[in-house]
Design a protein around this ligand. Sequence first.
Ligand code: PHE
Length: 455
Amino acid sequence: MSRPNTSIHGQWSSRWAFILAATGSAVGLGNIWKFPYITGENGGGAFVLVYLLCIACIGLPLMMAEIMIGRRGRQNPVNTLKSIIKEENKHAAWRYIAWIGLIAGFIILSYYSVIAGQAIAYMFRSFAGIFEGVTAQGAQSIYTTLTNDPERLLAWHTVFIVCTMTVVARGVQGGLEKLVKFIMPALVAILLILVGFAANTGDYFNQGFNFLFTPDFSKITGQGVLSAMGHAFFTLSLGMGAIMVYGSYLPKSTSILKVSIAISIADTAIALLAGMAIFPLVFANGLEVGAGPGLIFETLPIAFGHMAGGALFGGMFFLLLVFAAWSSAISLIEPAIAWLVENKQISRRRASVTAGFAVWLLGLLTVFSYNIGQGWILFGKTMFELLDYLTANIMLPLGGFFIAIFAGWVMSNNSTQEEFAIKSPIVYHGWLLLIRYVAPAAVIIIFLNAIGILA
Ligand code: PHE
């Protein structure tokens, strides 16, 4: 299998289009829904510090590696790896790395969609003024009323999957590019307003800020460190081929180093802003930091319920969150779609319908884990928790580990250097050091530490 010069699925219209699409993939529920609640569950500052270290030392070099591999192969992750393996004369088994990713994306989308569905429900509740003057208890009960009802969760999950697959069916440039251009700035603007609201809680703002940024290492466990690393992968969309497949649509002239830095910074900034908006409210209202996946749904309505124009701002906020989730969801399933189209010779539309239906079906496990299936426990976790743990904490780091080995050891320096076209030898060798040694070693040490072998 030889390497084509362009992808059969088309190309991004410009460097900016790629940055926007990849940022659209990275910024999603991971930043605004997941980051605050897992930070809360893992005691705050120390967790955030480990997460930031993982972004810098593992996430950034791996993002560069994924884009580089994708652009070199210009096909779906499985075929991309195959063609590079052939070029480098290496063992064919390396292509299985791509399979971990295809499957992980599929599973993540199944629960991602259910959470995005909750955000859609919240958008309507907010526009309708339901949060006006709401108390902490009131906000909690609005959330449990929603999640206790399997029919509603199912309906919104269905809506979200249909929206996602409709865009996927239309292809790379179809509309996604235009959407993200508008979403990201608007989302940041509303987040800043929310941080401003939180800043008015006075002392509680400092308490929230300290919770996020003052590390207390006694509060973090081996499992917590694993979650921080897993989240670094999750939030940057790494370890599963999403960024790789986006890279395969990237024009040749773009600097991979620059776009990777831009995406990582934007993603991290949005997560930290979300944390700064949410934790002061948690403390000001005597809520539980470790409340879990419902955290944003139980805190933000309090802010919206007590600010002028809150119904409108709140509705806008959840609308933007849905859009952000949408642009991530597309990238979760794109590797599988590109594979179906290239290798099974079916149309994009048929591929989208088939994959969409399968994901929707798997999503029922998450829908029911909030209500009728609350008692379906495996390894001490509900079905939703299990799928989340399996993908974010195991499959993504494992996929990322192998991609790092592939980029650092399987590919020759000549190839990687040629594809990156980085002028400074120091920067290139810095990348090589991180991708060959630091990133793989960190993943292994954190895994061993989490299962208690090192602690
Ligand atoms: N990065 C997305 C988020 O933070 C989730 C995602 C993970 C998207 C993996 C694609 C691949 O919400």
